[in-house]
Design a protein around this ligand. Sequence first.
Ligand code: ATP
Ligand code: MG
Length: 260
Amino acid sequence: MTTLEATNPLALDLARALDPVTLANKIGLEPEPWQEQVLRSRYPRILLNCHRQAGKSTIAGLLAVHVALYQPGSLILLLSPAQRQSQELFKKAIHAYRALGRPVPPETENRLALELENGSRIVSLPGQEATVRSFSNVRLLVVDEAARVPDELYFSVRPMLAVSKGRLVAMSTPFGRRGWWYDAHRGEAEWERYEIPATDCSRISQAFLDEEKATLGEWWFNQEYLCEFMDAATSAFALEDIERMFTEEVEPWTLSSAWT
Ligand SMILES: Nc1ncnc2c1ncn2[C@@H]1O[C@H](COP(=O)(O)OP(=O)(O)OP(=O)(O)O)[C@@H](O)[C@H]1O
Ligand SMILES: [Mg+2]
């Protein structure tokens, strides 16, 4: 227990409400500088172009919990190309919520949704346009593996932010020079843009990166670890073939699932 926790729990709760970084610290997470900036950002649109295993989902899960706890009545949606990936992100949010000791009690807590007594909800969505249309008044929309979220799915969820003036956090490792996320990355529209290559990550050694480069080859290495939008023409695989690996029918394989 910290001194402030013992002497003035209200002041500590206020600090956590104002600064999500204190929430991260409470669960033993020391955010990287870019993660701190994301947690503290007030931008309505945030684009995270980060290397694999950078900590995108971890920080977005924590942000979702912060909004749910401190903005009562919020609807937070987690969207990915496939339900399983949304659930992975949802697990990060649930993990943070439980590690914090469920500061606002749950009304419903299951594999797909967390509903709190303060009226906030965090919902993990399937990656299908037809089934995500029913939501409105969204306070925070998190799009994970955004480079693989089809344009039609992205365009169908954007209107959910209109009335509520909700925020949008879209994060990914690049996946070719096409689609809405690539356009958002290089376009004129108002986004707070982050680009985090693995060479900036204190948790990944140069020796590991050297090994990955030797194994994956330059094309994949530049995409997965250096956040570069690579040209499909120079790829050894057709992007469409790779894309099929990310449909609902096929279970996604991720580096994180292999490492954790
Ligand atoms: N600030 C941090 N300090 C220590 N560990 C961290 C930090 N941020 C993330 N991690 C850990 O790094 C690993 C990868 O995190 P996470 O899954 O959030 O990354 P990601 O960018 O979403 O990865 P992927 O590209 O595979 O989806 C996890 O084990 C997570 O707990
Ligand atoms: Mg992730």
